[in-house]
Write a protein that binds this ligand. Structure first.
Ligand code: ZN
Length: 470
């Protein structure tokens, strides 16, 4: 079975304060309906749209992060259609035919060994929001809220390069972390990132699934549609092009309309907005001011701090953890050590601390803890306990160190435990196998968590030497 999936993602530029073409507030969530509107939102005769310059910069940022080329000149078009969520009767968008140029085009996203091509990135305005009574199928009326009409959207269109629902989901998750890192959108906000997907199975008809509200639902909707279409393949009834709606509640797609041909939106150049010239200097300035995306940051961590690719990526995906890492490693200059503590077993507590008042001092406190370990003032086992205390109480490592006792270095005391562990666990394998050796070290540390691991290792090695029968 061959599956081809293409994605069309609409991403609201949620970090903008105003809409794309007027000064209305873009902060529409949890607001009374139809309050954040003005004559420009409605396209009242005599009004003129004014382009939000920051929105252009943000679209260029996204384009650059997705390896796109940036247009040297771009312009807006009217996409004409009637729908209640569209107060003007047309949407101001961009067009890539008839001489139109989207802001960015011809990019790609690399996921492991595969490249997924990005066809174009363009700016357009969000329509209003329709609310149905019950389901879209059976509703006898719909309510419309124009607060969302005119919000800046970036539309990202991919080539049909995805071969499974899983691939699409991984791509979308990466896209979300990218726009967050770029500072242009908070993808977690309800409706901030929406996705349409087109799917065809075994070269059959192209089915477009509309209105998938969250990325979590995308994988479900695609899997459902692949299964549905593959059953049709056998009955050779799969050559219709159609638009379907993803019904989240019932987890099925339902047919909205058959597509005889391309819909004709009568695109024409928006007469009220001049073309936007994107000079090389301007694009370069935007690129320089663009925050680092996770991949670039991860590469830097691998190069400058000798982290493994996996740990580097885990840190880089999270802005708060990255900041903690960089601030800590500036004091305690051992990258892998710092990274392992941050991404280790207490990661959930670390993240919680980074949301609270302990955030400011954590880099200094963690660096102090790591210094105490390397100076032999505390074992790693003890340090873990101290670390948890630090996260919970906001205290320093040195003030908590007393509670876990000192480090035991006495060879007689440790030697006794080593002897007992060897009698219980056996020594044969540990002579040749480093893993078995480390296991024994762990057993000793479990029996005495204050034991200095260096002394433990030394005594174990001595006792494992041939001829030592003690
Ligand atoms: Zn307005």
């Amino acid at each position: 079975m061959s599956v081809k999936i293409g994605l069309e993602i609409h991403c609201q530029l949620t970090t903008l304060r105003t809409k794309l073409f007027c000064p209305c507030s873009s902060d529409y969530r949890d607001k009374e309906p139809n309050q954040l509107v003005c004559p420009v939102c409605f396209g009242v005769p005599g009004t003129l749209p004014v382009l939000n310059a920051r929105a252009v910069e943000y679209a260029i940022r996204i384009g650059a992060a997705l390896n796109c080329k940036t247009a040297s000149e771009t312009s807006f078009y009217r996409k004409n259609y009637f729908y209640p969520d569209l107060p003007k009767g047309f949407q101001i968008s961009q067009y890539d035919k008839a001489g139109g140029m989207p802001i960015a085009y011809d990019g790609y996203v690399q996921l492991e060994r595969k490249k997924f091509r990005v066809r174009r990135i363009q700016l357009e305005e969000d329509p209003g929001k329709l609310t149905y009574e019950g389901t879209i199928e059976k509703s006898s009326y719909s309510l419309v809220d124009y607060n969302r009409a005119g919000i800046a959207l970036v539309e990202i269109v991919t080539e049909p390069d995805f071969e499974s629902a899983k691939e699409a989901k991984v791509f979308l998750e990466k896209l979300r972390s990218t726009v967050e890192a770029l500072g242009v959108s908070d993808g977690e906000l309800e409706g901030a990132m929406r996705c349409d997907a087109n799917v065809s199975v075994d070269e059959g008809g192209r089915v477009e699934i509309k209105n998938i509200s969250s990325f979590k639902e995308v994988e479900k909707a695609l899997n459902y549609e692949i299964l549905r279409q593959s059953t049709f393949t056998k009955s050779s009834d799969n050559h219709v092009n159609e638009t379907r709606h993803w019904d989240e509640r019932r987890s099925i797609t339902i047919s909205l309309r058959l597509k005889e041909g391309e819909q004709d939106y009568r695109y024409f150049p928006e007469p009220d907005l001049p073309a936007v010239v994107l000079s090389e200097e301007f694009v370069e300035r935007v690129r320089v001011e663009t925050p680092e995306v996770p991949e670039a940051r991860a590469n830097r961590y691998v190069r400058d701090y000798s982290l493994t690719a996996q740990v580097a990526m885990e840190l880089s995906r999270n802005a708060a953890l990255s900041r903690l890492f960089e601030e800590t490693v500036a004091i305690h200059r051992n990258g892998p050590d710092v990274a392992n503590w941050i991404t280790g077993e207490s990661r959930a507590e670390v993240q919680k601390t980074l949301m609270g008042p302990g955030r400011e001092t954590l880099p200094r406190r963690l660096a102090e803890l790591l210094a105490m370990i390397s100076q032999g003032k505390m074992t790693r086992v003890q340090a873990k306990e101290v670390f948890r205390g630090m996260l919970a109480k906001g205290e320093s490592a040195s003030s908590l160190a007393g509670q876990v006792g000192g480090v035991v270095t006495d060879e007689v005391v440790i030697g006794e435990i080593v002897g007992r562990v060897l009698r219980e666990s056996g020594a044969e394998e540990a002579r040749t196998n480093p893993k078995a050796f480390n296991y024994l070290v762990g057993q000793v540390l479990r029996a005495e968590r204050r034991a200095d691991p260096r002394v433990v290792a030394k005594l174990l090695r001595q006792k494992l030497e041939p001829g030592d029968n003690s």
